[in-house]
Ligand binder design. Sequence first.
Ligand SMILES: Nc1ncnc2c1ncn2[C@@H]1O[C@H](COP(=O)(O)OP(=O)(O)OP(=O)(O)O)[C@@H](O)[C@H]1O
Ligand SMILES: [Mg+2]
Length: 258
Amino acid sequence: MADAFFEVQGLTKRFGGLVAVDNVSFRIDQGEVVALIGPNGSGKTTLLRLIMGVLKPDSGRIIFKGKDITRHRSCDIVKRGIAGTFQVVKPFRNLPCIMNVMVACMVTKAKRGEWTKRLAVKARDALEFVGIADLSLERAAVLSHGDLKRLEIARAISTEPELLLLDEPFGGLNPAETDLLGKSMRRLHKGGRFGRLHSEEMVMLIVEHKLMDLMKIVDRVLVLNFGQIIAQGTPEEIASDNKVIEAYLGKGVILGAS
Ligand SMILES: Nc1ncnc2c1ncn2[C@@H]1O[C@H](COP(=O)(O)OP(=O)(O)OP(=O)(O)O)[C@@H](O)[C@H]1O
Ligand SMILES: [Mg+2]
């Protein structure tokens, strides 16, 4: 089989006696938008943190574009083209939003000698993309929870990742904001216009509890339960999978009433 764009093999992470991620394997191909779902505590955030290098696995491998990136440092992983947002957002509270984004892209692009002005343009594009350009000069401390989520996404996409990991991007957003951000994510995935940044498709792995909104924007779904992948398939396949229905305690949770 050809190399996957992104692959996780037998990844395991223990916290004391708890196996939070238990021998997880999956692959993601170029061009995909994939959902990672599962009940509270099933290991979704831990899995994303392992991929981002924030946590080190006890065993298993993470392979990105044919390179083993297991145990690489977070900043090296970002430089390779993976960026993520975290469930708990931690901006520089006293910096304006635009500076928050500029700091994020400096981490990856400083070596290319980009001028501050170009960074500012890029940061502005990223803020515009997530719909908070009007807050560019506000300190992050004054932002609502939903706007902080959007700032975090702007920070991640400003590094021009090829693989974007999002942990509950819709958390704290109202239905209209959720719909808008969902559409932006599809646009971002398709490449094309995001400032001058993206011409390639962006691959995404999205963790989210708002399943019905999530299913509108993904091609494929991975389901975690107690740290293990219990099912994977299209949204329709997953919605009728008995193991998934059992894990979520009911039908209709995934695609709506049926
Ligand atoms: N740093 C940590 N130390 C100890 N236990 C942890 C740590 N991080 C996570 N856990 C535990 O690992 C398990 C998986 O947690 P994780 O946060 O990955 O779940 P999740 O699927 O993201 O849940 P949620 O949907 O509620 O965000 C949980 O039992 C959690 O309590
Ligand atoms: Mg989580």
